[in-house]
Design a protein around this ligand. Structure first.
Ligand code: SF4
Length: 468
């Protein structure tokens, strides 16, 4: 007889996950996928659309005006959202934006820049970007409105963009681009497990086959891009470990990763050494992210330290081979994409449970899969990691992705390790909570969570810490 508490999620019917791997893992500048990468993409998309407007319209353009709404307005200054939009309007894309662009734009807030629209140039600056109301009527909290205006301030062309988390953007009237359909459709973990049983594929093989069916990419191209993603993660760890000094912003937060690494060498108990290394690696990336350095969204910038910490430790301290690392990364993507599909991964939508919580679940899945555990153990590891982040709020102090974000990445990484330990210590069938149930709970909690705990810096730590 089925367990009575399994009923609700066993009835869950969802459309299939159709997210492509490299839409999910994106290389770009921090500190926030929804507040930096997404807005930069929106700015670049707007600039591109403007370029194809008829000459008769372009001849009347006087200025561009951008309004940031919701959480983008509440914490946009600390997250550098206005600077990211400007960088996008000037033609920069997150994956190729030179590292000096954002700091340079930020350093001189009053300067004007030439935005190219076809063969014309329009003067733009941070003054053209307005921090609008927190509450608004658009369907997503993270909303940007952009308009090309004439000399009377009348809109000649406008767009409403939504930064929906993890660097993904949509816009009013958005329809998903036509792509291939997954070879093995699944909308829940339960369905994914069924596909695995039916096909006899391993989890990473199924994800690879779906990726090829969705994007048309062959294995060599997928492996090449996966390796580039892993290299970007390793680089972010190394850069963060080598860096020192204070992070940008008014909080005066010191970088600690290098010191944590040194102290981890002096721990005499293995658990202290292991946790010390994970702390150092995750701090390194989270600090790089806070400084606007290049990181990988996994699933977001704010939570970008968790996955690289585990990956770096697996490669350098646990001697996990390259192939197993790649396969682990694919398994982690399955968990992250399910969370995005069925609940959300943006702090502004579901709180930090969707960022560090999901990153921790992904990291647990990666470690368990890379170590050769069966899919049900991988699921349990991910579930345990996510379950114990449920309810976690997003309340960044001063709107910077620093407190509590940097330490929280370390906590997420350590919890991922413990989740694998718990999942791999259980007897078969003893685990009662499914990953679907945890994701479903995360979605419900996110919907019910007060807006002041969803990346608006209006509650929690953000208001209990006051300037002295
Ligand atoms: S508290 Fe969590 S969700 Fe919010 S900005 Fe920091 S890392 Fe992101």
């Amino acid at each position: 007889m089925a367990h009575p508490y399994l009923l609700q999620t066993s009835r869950l019917k969802r459309p299939p996950v159709e997210t492509a791997l490299f839409d999910f893992f994106k290389v770009g500048p921090g500190p926030s996928s929804s507040h930096t990468i997404g807005p930069m993409k929106a700015g670049a998309d707007f600039a591109q659309r403007c370029a194809s407007l008829p000459d008769s319209v372009l001849a009347r353009v006087a200025d561009v005006h951008v309004t940031l709404l919701g959480s983008l307005s509440a914490t946009g200054l600390g997250h550098g959202t206005d600077v990211a939009v400007l960088a996008g309007l000037l033609g920069n894309a997150p994956e190729s934006c030179p590292p000096t662009v954002l700091p340079d734009l930020k350093a001189d807030r009053a300067s004007r820049h030439a935005m190219r629209i076809g063969d014309r140039e329009l003067s733009v600056g941070l003054d053209d970007i307005e921090f609008g109301p927190l509450r608004h009527d658009a369907p997503y909290s993270n909303t940007l409105r952009m308009a090309l205006r004439d000399a009377d301030g009348k809109s000649l062309f406008d767009m409403e963009y939504y930064s929906v988390g993890g660097g993904f953007i949509q816009w009013k009237g958005y329809t998903a681009p036509e792509r291939g359909k997954p070879a093995h459709p699944y909308g829940t973990m339960r369905e994914l497990s069924a596909r695995l049983r039916e096909t006899g594929l391993t989890l990473h093989e199924l994800i690879l086959e779906n990726e090829t069916a969705i994007t048309g990419m062959g294995r060599p191209a997928i492996y090449e891009r996966l390796d580039a993603i892993m290299d970007a993660m390793y680089d972010s760890v190394r850069r963060g470990l080598a860096a020192g000094g204070k992070l940008p912003g008014t909080l005066g937060v010191w970088r600690k990763a290098g010191g944590l690494l040194e102290r981890s060498k002096t721990h005499t108990m293995p658990i202290g050494k292991g946790m010390g290394l994970l702390n150092a690696y995750s701090f390194a990336v989270a600090e790089e992210n806070a400084a606007g350095g290049v990181i990988v969204t996994a699933p977001t910038c704010g939570a970008a330290g968790v996955m690289p910490a585990l990956l770096y430790a697996m490669r350098n301290d646990l001697n996990v081979g390259e192939r197993a690392l790649r396969e682990g990364l694919l398994a982690s993507a399955a968990v992250g994409m399910l969370a995005k599909h069925n609940a959300g991964i943006a702090g502004a939508e579901v709180g930090c449970q969707g960022e560090v919580g999901v990153a921790s679940a992904m990291a647990a899945a990666m470690l368990a899969h890379a170590r050769g555990y069966a899919a049900d153990v991988v699921e349990n590891a991910a579930e345990i990691a996510l379950e114990h982040h449920l309810g976690l709020t997003c309340d960044p102090v001063g709107g910077y992705v620093q407190i509590p974000c940097i330490e929280r990445n370390a906590m997420g990484a350590v919890k991922a390790g413990n989740a694998v330990l718990l999942a791999t210590s259980e007897e078969d069938c003893q685990h009662l909570v499914s990953l679907d149930a945890a994701i479903m709970a995360m979605g419900e909690i996110g919907r019910e969570m007060n807006v002041k705990f969803k990346e608006t810096s209006g509650g929690g730590l953000a208001v209990s810490m006051v300037e002295c």
